[in-house]
Design a protein. Structure first.
Length: 596
């Protein structure tokens, strides 16, 4: 399968003008035997029969050496868009960031519970016995006894405008042997309503409302962070995909260079056999083949590294063939010149950049803190209104005439027990027969500098600092966008320059080959021209790769900062305390060319 990919890359390189297509085998020739490296050079200075024999033995040994087994690993063919789609589904960094908005939703829900009503109820049964101490608590019995069963039901709630209320409904039934009680048993029921309103401090904003608004800002920041993670990961995936495609194309170039060296070796061997070339030239040709085989081995290792980088970005690690799957890119880095509008890109970045959005949200959070602390410096003025109802029932006994001097007898006193059930008590309660109410106003104001005033001063300084930080970030964003635009233009010019250099290297190699056939050049110059052509092809491939990556970076820098990272198991923290400087990054015009 690797043979097919390399052959396809060679076809694409040929169509792009890299030279005539040649048949390439994916099998890497083994390194030459050590016997060849230590062969003695006999005869003349240009070589002798011992050296020629050693070279022939080395070629025979290389041809007889066992070839590596065919690679039967599963293959996944991907386009750049396919890689991005897989990353959006499987990338661990994106999966982690997707949980942040859900966490912030729960924080908002937790903040809203500050205004949730609370229902409370209680049932209690008491029994009391104690010796009689006086005539008012005594009875004919030796001990005073009282049994009471009570129940209450209440609801209380804080309201989102700085107020609170509570409603309580209390009921009790008590029986006693105290002769002074005219109700035995006695039924009591009361209903009480209390309302408290903040008039200055806590009127427009209080701690629960501050927390809710900050949680809502954190929720927005979580969305921004998710968008930043997706954009950054998309950029990283595309760059990793193009790196893998470059590595495959570079292997094709190295294989093509190896084929040229092998062809030169065959031609040199033929010339030695007919006596037109000294045997020493075979050593030079064999050394060139060995060096280019090494370059092929290195290129294959670069493909494996690029595959691992891409697989960690786009595939699910729980896949059974996660590490064994071979990735084959179906696209080579394209070259499509583009027109760069720097001013429009800067304006777009200032509106859409996630780090600027986070900084602005942080300023909104600071404004909320300023509003809260400013409100906390006001006097605490609380208005309180209480309204209550009460009703009494049970069994009313006739009150005996105790004959206290000066106290007239009650002519309307009942002569027998009067029964008043619980239903009658509730009718009296709801009929508002015994209302009571109270209203109060309380004022509290600290003397001297309060903690709220210190917090307010600090919040105002933080807001001024955030404003300066935002201006600094906007300047850095404009600088980054302009730098990435220059990278696009520079790499575009590099592609044109390296393409011309590659075409000239091809013409130079053709000329050296014709001169060598005519006997006016040497194999050294031919090999040098081959190496120069291989380097020129790699330079053009690298320039095209850099151009595509600079285009990706130019599009990404308008939305998110180029801070690097792979998006593998990483997450961006959320919170209202955001800001700070943004580092520059991304591709540069002067990338180093890997060794070939």
């Amino acid at each position: 399968m690797r043979t097919i990919v390399v052959t396809a890359c060679l076809a694409a390189l040929t169509a792009a003008g890299f030279g005539t297509q040649v048949s390439v085998s994916a099998q890497t020739r083994p390194s030459w035997p050590e016997a060849f490296a230590s062969s003695s050079v006999g005869g003349s200075a240009r070589g002798g029969p011992n050296l020629l024999a050693a070279a022939q033995q080395a070629v025979a040994a290389a041809q007889a050496a066992p070839q590596p087994a065919a690679d039967d690993r599963p293959v996944r063919r991907l386009t750049a868009d396919d890689a991005v789609k897989l990353a959006l589904e499987n990338n661990l960094g994106i999966q982690i960031s997707r949980l942040d908005p859900q966490i912030e939703d729960l924080n908002i829900l937790a903040a809203r519970t500050a205004w949730a009503p609370a229902l409370n109820t209680q049932f209690q049964n008491n029994s009391l016995q104690r010796p009689s101490a006086n005539i008012f608590t005594g009875s004919q019995e030796a001990n005073f006894k009282q049994d009471t069963f009570s129940s209450n039901l209440g609801i209380q709630q804080a309201l989102p405008w700085g107020a609170s209320y509570n409603v309580g409904w209390d009921n009790s039934r008590s029986s006693s042997n105290n002769p002074g009680n005219t109700w035995r048993p006695q039924l009591n029921s009361s209903l009480n309503f209390n309302y408290q309103q903040s008039l200055l401090r806590g009127w427009s904003i209080d701690a629960p409302r501050q927390q809710l608004r900050l949680s809502e800002i954190n929720r927005t920041i979580a969305d921004v962070n998710l968008r930043q993670t997706i954009a950054s990961t998309t950029r990283t995936v595309r760059n990793a995909y193009w790196n893998l495609a470059y590595a495959v194309a570079s292997l094709a170039v190295q294989q093509q260079s190896l084929e040229l060296a092998q062809e030169s070796l065959r031609n040199t061997r033929a010339r030695v056999e007919i006596g037109t070339t000294p045997p020493i030239d075979i050593v030079e040709a064999e050394a060139e083949v060995a060096a280019r085989e090494e370059a092929v081995i290195v290129a294959q290792a670069q493909i494996a590294s690029a595959e691992d980088t891409l697989r960690a970005l786009v595939f699910d690690p729980s896949m059974p063939d996660f590490w064994t799957m071979r990735i084959e890119p179906t696209e080579l880095p394209p070259f499509q010149p583009m027109t760069v509008d720097v001013d429009a890109a800067v304006r777009n970045a200032l509106q859409r950049r996630t780090d600027l959005d986070q900084a602005r949200r942080g300023m909104e959070a600071t404004e909320i803190n300023i509003q809260f602390f400013r409100n906390q410096t006001l006097p605490d003025v609380q208005a309180n209104l209480n309204y209550g109802l009460a009703a009494l029932g049970g069994t009313q006994l006739p009150r005996p005439d105790i004959g206290i001097p000066g106290l007239p007898s009650n002519p309307n006193a009942p002569t027998g027990p009067i029964q008043k059930g619980y239903a009658s008590v509730l009718r009296d309660l709801l009929g508002l027969n015994s209302p009571s109410w109270s209203a109060s106003l309380s004022i509290t104001y600290p003397i001297g500098t309060s903690q709220a005033e210190a917090n307010l001063s600090r919040a105002r300084l933080e807001y001024s600092q955030a404003q300066a930080r935002l201006r600094n970030q906007e300047l850095q964003v404009a600088t980054q966008v302009r730098q990435q635009a220059r990278n696009v233009l520079t790499n575009q010019q590099r592609v044109q320059s390296t393409r011309a250099s590659r075409q000239l290297a091809e013409r130079r190699l053709e000329a050296e080959q014709r001169k060598f056939q005519a006997g006016t050049s040497t194999s050294f110059l031919v090999f040098q021209a081959q190496r120069d052509l291989s380097q020129a092809r790699n330079n053009e491939l690298r320039a095209i790769l850099d151009y595509n990556q600079s285009v990706v970076d130019f599009e990404t820098v308008q939305e998110v900062p180029l801070g690097g990272g792979t998006g593998i198991g990483t997450t961006t923290g959320t919170g209202v305390a955001t800001g700070g400087t943004v580092g520059t990054g991304g591709s540069t015009a002067g990338r180093s060319t890997p060794d070939s």
